[in-house]
Unconditional design. Structure first.
Lengths: 233, 336
């Protein structure tokens, strides 16, 4: 597997929130982390990004151990992250947000901006507008676009569809599928479990900070127990 | 004719001084607002950092004067200014390294940092007084007036004169140039944008690979440049007395808050707003009104809203009014 996290345990100092969780994702795959509120989904993602104190576990990318590196170094190695909230520079223009995403890149970042405008045509139209004035769905596109600017090999999304309308959600999921075609490994935490599983190659269901169910998107969608507990029958 | 006399009077006693004073406040307010936007605390030591920078300017100026180096018709202090700026930057960076960095890493709340900066303020204040003394210091040389009141009267045939000191013009021009350069830097350069990004959303800036220690360093560099330039211009225009810089802290903070704290363009205009308010409210309009009104309505009193001794009350009132009715400032605050 290209990116893997094994037996992660940890929390924000004090009690462990996640207990020996493992996740894997390959390039060109979408993997969802699902589960009820408070299951530790976002915490697990932060653990993989080095934003958490781990009591055990290791994270590797392409065989390289990341476990002792800080978040910024992991970003440099191609692990990009879109937080759930505060994921854009609200006071800056769309173009400037993308430029900041490419802060670590050399002059070639300009081509990447064009690629992102191709992926999100609406952002090209709004490129000089202040992001704080955009709609929720557009902001989310800016957030994902910013994270794509470093040309990541792994993209982590923390609830990319939180708080947007069902139509916008479908649109965002379409975009995420198109990012996958660019051979990026995508790992996302989602509340909208059914829709997320529909586009996912695999899924992990977390309960109380532990891996409870694992399987392909279809397996989980058809698993009666998973359906009963998370997908509403 | 009376009307023109009134205008010249206002220009001489209100507009020209307010533009000069406003420039000095504007530079200081931009410094305060930048530190607030990036380092997230109100730096009370800023007034005394200005005093410190000015002191260095003066010491170098005196040295130059004793060596016989002058700057032609311009004040020698302008020649000394770049050196003073470098010294102040180094001192600021040392203070950051040994004082502020500790609290930044600990993620101390802004209130703690304000108290820390108060402590530094007293230390700086003490250093300046010990080194250069508490009295008035003159360090101006060069050509004093661009136009004298008498010359203006002869030239125009008006009763009232308009005097423009060279320091006033130097102050205004320097301020405009520095402010334009700074705004260009923040809007157009990669480093400037990364500072705005850091001010807007620190966590996301870190996720984008922006180096926080570099942003902080550049902030201190800019703030020190602004403090030294503003302080030296103020000292050239009036005279140097350590205590006045401490006093100026209030109008500077008023300007930064009126403009929306964290917003440099707001701070720039805030500086002029505070300066004009202070001077317009404390100016005695008697003579102006004598020119403008018919004889029967001529005022007998000074027609002064507030005595000049109370000029700081004006800044303070502006501060209170803004915080009560528009806490974000006139321009949108908490932006960079």
């Amino acid at each position: 597997m290209f990116f893997s996290a094994k037996n992660l345990s940890g929390g924000y100092g004090g009690v462990d929130i996640i207990h020996s969780c493992s996740f894997e994702v390959n390039k060109g795959e979408i993997v969802s982390i699902l589960g009820p509120n408070g299951a530790g989904k976002s915490t697990a993602m932060k653990a993989m990004l080095g934003m958490l104190e781990l009591s055990s576990g290791e994270v590797t990318i392409d065989g390289k151990d990341l476990s002792n590196l800080n978040t910024q170094t992991r970003v440099k190695l191609g692990v990009s992250f879109v937080p759930q909230t505060k994921n854009v520079f609200t006071e800056m223009s769309v173009q400037e947000n993308l430029e900041m995403g490419g802060f670590l890149r050399d002059a070639s970042y300009k081509e990447t901006i064009d690629e992102i405008y191709e992926l999100f045509p609406i952002l090209f139209e709004k490129r000089n507008q202040i992001v704080g004035e955009l709609s929720g769905g557009q902001r989310q596109q800016v957030a994902i676009g910013r994270a794509l600017m470093i040309k990541p090999s792994v993209l982590m999304l923390d609830e990319p569809t939180a708080g947007v309308s069902p139509i916008v959600m479908d649109e965002l999921f379409d975009h995420i599928q198109r990012i996958k075609e660019k051979n990026v490994a995508i790992l996302m935490v989602e509340q909208n479990a059914r829709q997320a599983l529909n586009i996912s190659d695999r899924g992990y269901v977390l309960v109380m900070g532990e891996n409870k169910y694992t399987g392909t998107g279809n397996d989980l969608l058809n698993d009666s127990e998973v359906r009963r507990s998370f997908l509403g029958g | 004719m009376d009307f023109l006399n009134a205008i010249v009077l206002i220009a001489n006693f209100v507009i020209v001084p307010a533009l000069t004073y406003g420039s000095q406040l504007a530079l200081g307010a931009i410094g305060v607002t930048l530190i607030y936007g990036i380092l997230r605390f109100a730096n009370f030591a800023y007034g005394d950092l200005m005093a410190f920078g000015t002191m260095i300017s003066i010491l170098i100026t005196w040295k130059f004067q004793s060596m016989g180096i002058t700057f032609g018709f311009l004040p020698t202090a302008l020649l000394a200014l770049p050196f003073a700026v470098v010294v102040t930057i180094i001192v600021s960076l040392i203070f950051d390294k040994y004082i502020f960095e500790y609290y930044r890493i600990k993620k101390s709340p802004g209130v703690t940092l304000i108290v820390v900066s108060l402590g530094l303020m007293f230390v700086l204040n003490g250093i300046v007084r010990i080194v250069i003394g508490t009295g008035d210091k003159q360090f101006f040389d060069g050509h004093k007036f661009l136009i004298k009141a008498n010359e203006f009267k002869e030239l125009t045939g008006l009763n009232e004169g308009l005097a423009i000191k060279s320091t006033q013009l130097i102050t205004l021009i320097t301020t405009v140039i520095i402010a334009l350069m700074l705004f260009w830097f923040l809007e157009k350069t990669k480093t400037g944008k990364s500072m705005r990004a850091y001010s807007n959303n620190e966590d996301l800036a870190l996720l984008s690979g922006i180096d926080p220690s570099r942003v902080v360093m550049i902030t201190w560099v800019i703030a020190s440049i602004l403090a030294t330039v503003a302080g030296t211009l103020y000292g050239l225009d009036k005279s140097f007395k350590p205590f006045t810089y401490f006093n100026n802290l209030l109008p500077i903070f008023a300007a930064a808050i009126v403009g929306g704290i964290g917003n440099p363009i707001g701070a720039f205009f805030g500086g002029f707003l505070v300066a004009f308010s202070e001077i317009m409210i404390t100016y005695a309009y008697k003579k102006v009104l004598i020119y403008l009104l018919p004889e029967s309505l001529e005022p007998t009193s000074l027609m002064q809203l507030l005595s000049t001794d109370y000029k700081f009350a004006v800044s303070f009132s502006i501060l209170v009014i803004v915080l009560l009715f528009r806490p974000n400032g006139i321009f949108k605050g908490k932006v960079l």
